[in-house]
Ligand binder design. Structure first.
Ligand code: ADP
Ligand code: MG
Length: 405
């Protein structure tokens, strides 16, 4: 049995028209002789009636407003959007003459930890899914959710449907996992910001994982990691077209336009809404600062430590808490909210001379101040004011000639 997993994101299942486009992809795979496991997200985006954010907002209004929801209940509520979506998808597929079976995360055998809101997949028990596929049924699985050993419903965190899809792809031994979305593939930058962003035809797991960790939200990094571990290829592609999209595999070199390219910058990614925190003073204890942040589960990024200053960033939403805890250590703390991290991401930047110079020049020319910077062998990060984020993304995209025109 050759199996394909096809994941359809929120916009792809939002309306009857987009769903019809999705069914055509399912039917094409069936015609090609594949057994098809579909993974669906909740329908639409914030504001749409059955989107996850809309369901969640029910807890922030009325008499419950301002009161922290129970995490276990919150996950149960958040799991409803995908259930609604899966049932509608299956119902419409049946009306086209197909045999279909719906699976919740639990029914699909996705066993997770009990970290509600951000559960980790511990095991995938695919007997039920397999049986359905072997019986010639299309399996429609709710994305983004799983279930603990004791039967509590959990959710997998942002981008969780991508993770469901690749986890199933690995567990089922799928030939490929198709991530259908509202763009034609992975681009050299978010096409909402860079108009002439170029679509990448083929990339490695590592490259795309790095892009995703730096904020490219087209696919979730955990999903890529899982696929990489199981060595299952991913295709990121558009629901509304037949474009083959972007192929993500292990391959190290890239064949584009018929030639092998060993590119060192794959693309530009961005993460908005972070606060820069600088702690100053003689003899500051960096380790006590980071231990404090860890104790309060505040994730820190962009760390720079010198004898007289410790600087790092936290998500804007956690800045007040971070400052509160730091001030209790008696340190002088300065904050700058509303910053953005812009990253040039590649696979082989190490040792390529002049990369940093190019970045500094490009940003200076665009009148953008670098608040902080850092680099690794695959990525160069700069922190800029949030108001200049889009300009910074465009400036770096230009500087590395990523549009390729
Ligand atoms: P879905 O609901 O299908 O999961 P997402 O909104 O999660 O869709 O992801 C698709 C979006 O990712 C695109 O609309 C695009 O704006 C954004 N995006 C960010 N960076 C990139 C990139 N490098 N390439 C393509 N899309 C990107
Ligand atoms: Mg997504």
């Amino acid at each position: 049995m050759k199996i394909v997993v096809q994941k359809f994101g929120g916009t792809s299942v939002a309306t009857p028209e987009t769903r019809r486009a999705a069914y055509r992809h399912v039917e094409r795979a069936l015609n090609e002789g594949y057994a098809v496991a579909v993974v669906v997200s909740a329908m639409g985006r914030r504001g749409d009636p059955y989107a996850t954010d809309t369901l969640l907002s029910l807890l922030d209004s009325g008499d419950g407003a301002g009161h922290e929801p129970d995490p276990r209940d919150r996950d149960l509520l958040m799991s409803c959007g995908e259930i609604i979506s899966a049932v509608v998808f299956a119902h419409e597929l049946r009306s086209r003459g197909h045999r279909v079976r719906v699976f919740t995360g639990a029914q699909a055998g996705i066993v997770t930890s009990d970290d509600f809101g951000n559960a980790r997949i511990l095991d995938v028990r695919t007997d039920g899914l397999r049986a359905a596929l072997e019986a010639g049924e299309i399996a429609v699985v709710t994305g983004f959710q799983g279930c603990t050993e004791s039967g509590d419903v959990t959710t997998l965190g942002r981008g969780g449907s991508d993770t469901t899809a690749t986890a199933l792809g690995v567990a089922l031994g799928a030939e490929v996992v198709d991530i259908f979305t509202d763009v034609s593939g992975i681009m050299t930058a978010d096409p909402r910001i860079v108009e002439d962003a170029r679509q990448l035809r083929q990339v490695t797991y590592t490259e795309i994982c790095n892009m995703a960790y730096q904020g490219a939200k087209v696919i979730h990094p955990r999903a890529v990691e899982l696929a990489m571990q199981g060595n299952v290829p991913i295709r990121v592609r558009s629901t509304l077209s037949d474009d083959p999209g972007t192929l993500v595999t292990q391959a190290a070199a890239h064949l584009e336009h018929g030639r092998v390219m060993d590119r060192y910058v794959t693309g530009i990614a961005h993460t908005p809404n972070v606060t820069q925190i600088r702690v100053r003073g003689e003899g500051i204890g960096a380790s006590s600062i980071f231990r404090l942040m860890a104790e309060h589960r505040i994730s820190v990024d962009f760390i720079s430590v010198t004898p007289s200053e410790v600087a790092f960033t936290v998500p804007d939403a956690l800045a007040d808490a971070a400052v509160h805890h730091l001030s209790q250590l008696g340190y002088r703390v300065e904050t700058r909210p509303g910053c953005a991290k812009v990253s040039a991401v590649g696979a082989g930047m190490m040792g390529v001379p002049g990369v940093m110079a190019r970045i500094v020049d490009a940003l200076a020319e665009a009148g953008i101040e670098i608040l902080q910077s850092a680099d690794s062998h695959t990525t160069i990060w700069v922190l800029v004011d949030g108001s200049q984020m889009e300009d910074a993304v465009r400036a770096l995209h230009r500087a590395f000639q990523l549009s390729g025109t």
